[in-house]
Design a protein around this ligand. Structure first.
Ligand code: ASP
Ligand code: ASP
Length: 341
């Protein structure tokens, strides 16, 4: 799929900060003991526009929610009276459910809309969508869209806060934030860590958001991919590039695997799945090239026998995939609260 060139004025920079909190939404002192800070922008569209201090603010608040315990059905009323609409115009299970849980745990009113990919026609349809959403009086809109830049365009057209839940090849900021929260929780820091991002970097919004975030937080990022799946040169600034997986993993603290984004490929990028797995599939044997305490991550869904060996996929001593999903809810609670605060 080609990514359309949409108008990319940053609505974050132009718009003054607005609050989505309504009159009944005073947080209950009983359930939220510590007041959170707020963020100096209206929308969360990508990591690119964020400062390291904003990232730290989100991660710190997420840490607070991680400690509040996942068994609490509703651990705060910070979003009481807030109307959150999740609009997913591309397949998603975990991200959509994660945002739903996060918003509900904060006491928001939540509605999820899934729009079939085939019904999306660019341009006018997006503007129509914006008008419909305006009529639904959303205070906070979470959007996933197959076209890079579409979420930004919606943010320009709407008065409410907008969170990007993944747009085309562009960014998936809350995935990078939850990955950072997971790493920080396990390793105690991000700064100085060596992180290898491996696989289909070319078509991955997760890779792009993670590269930006990890660099801002002082980690050393390298990418490992076959030459056909490397991104274009300008996006590689400051990143070490490897086409040999064993060399690329050497001495790494974190190995992030990516799914082959076949739905975004136009043409043939790998000769065969078997060959891809042979050279780029992560196995315990290849992982032995990384540090002995290196941890494996994957944004999901994992393709066993394609980018990761099934035995390693199930090795929860090394593979943080479930941890990532769990931290995702806390990170999204943090983003929703801080943005609307
Ligand atoms: N695409 C995956 C899923 O739908 C993960 C995500 O939602 O981001 O499960
Ligand atoms: N779930 C992630 C995304 O939506 C990664 C993936 O689908 O491969 O981008």
């Amino acid at each position: 799929m080609a990514s359309p060139q949409l108008h990319l004025v940053s609505p974050n920079k132009a718009a003054p900060r607005a609050s989505a909190r309504t009159r009944d939404s005073k947080p209950s002192a009983k359930v939220v003991s510590k007041k959170s800070k707020s963020l100096p922008f209206k929308h969360l569209l990508g990591i690119e526009d964020m400062e390291a201090c904003d990232i730290r603010t989100i991660l710190d608040r997420a840490e607070y929610y991680m400690r509040s315990g996942r068994h609490l059905k509703r651990c705060s009323e910070a979003l009481k009276g807030i109307n959150v609409i999740n609009m997913f115009m591309e397949n998603s299970t975990r991200t959509r459910v994660s945002f739903e849980l996060a918003a509900k745990r904060l006491g928001a009113e939540v509605t999820s809309i899934s729009v079939a990919h085939s019904s999306i026609r660019k341009g006018e349809t997006l503007i129509d969508t914006a008008q419909t959403l305006r009529a639904m009086a959303a205070d906070l809109l979470v959007v996933r869209h197959p076209h890079s830049g579409a979420v930004q365009l919606l943010a320009e057209k709407l008065d409410c806060h907008v969170i990007n839940a993944g747009d085309g090849f562009h960014e998936h900021p809350t995935q990078a934030l939850l990955d950072a929260a997971t790493i920080r929780h396990r390793k105690g820091r991000l700064e100085g860590l060596k992180v290898a991002i491996c696989g289909d970097v070319r078509h991955s919004r997760v890779a792009r958001s993670n590269i930006l975030l990890l660099q801002k937080m002082g980690a050393a990022v390298r990418i490992v991919a076959p030459p056909t799946l490397l991104p274009d040169q300008p996006s590689l600034h400051g990143v070490d590039v490897f086409t040999d997986m064993r060399e690329g993993l050497s001495d790494c603290d974190i190995v992030m695997m990516l799914r082959l984004q076949t739905e975004r490929m136009q043409g043939i990028f790998v000769p065969s799945i078997r060959e891809y797995f042979h050279f780029y599939g992560l196995t315990h044997e290849k992982l032995a090239c990384a540090r002995s305490d290196a941890l494996v991550m994957h944004p999901g869904p994992m393709n066993r026998g394609v980018e990761i060996d099934s035995i390693l996929a199930d090795d929860l001593g090394r593979n943080l995939v479930h941890d990532q999903v769990e931290k995702g809810v806390a990170v999204r609670m943090s983003c929703l609260e801080l943005l609307s605060g």
